[in-house]
Write a protein that binds this ligand. Sequence first.
Ligand SMILES: [Zn+2]
Length: 63
Amino acid sequence: MLKCPNCQSKDIGKIGVNQYYCWNCFIEMTVSKGVINTHQVEEDGSLSSLDDLFDEQDRQFSM
Ligand SMILES: [Zn+2]
């Protein structure tokens, strides 16, 4: 089960192929090669990466 690396919530919605959205803290996640990449949607609609905030270990995607 995919878990949000930011808030640990499991309230994750699928928004596309390998793309997920956390309804709890409103960040977007992309799963690629077993690693979760996190993005925040800015007010102007652009995406900024949040990957620097998390350890590589926290971003590992495991079933
Ligand atoms: Zn979250």
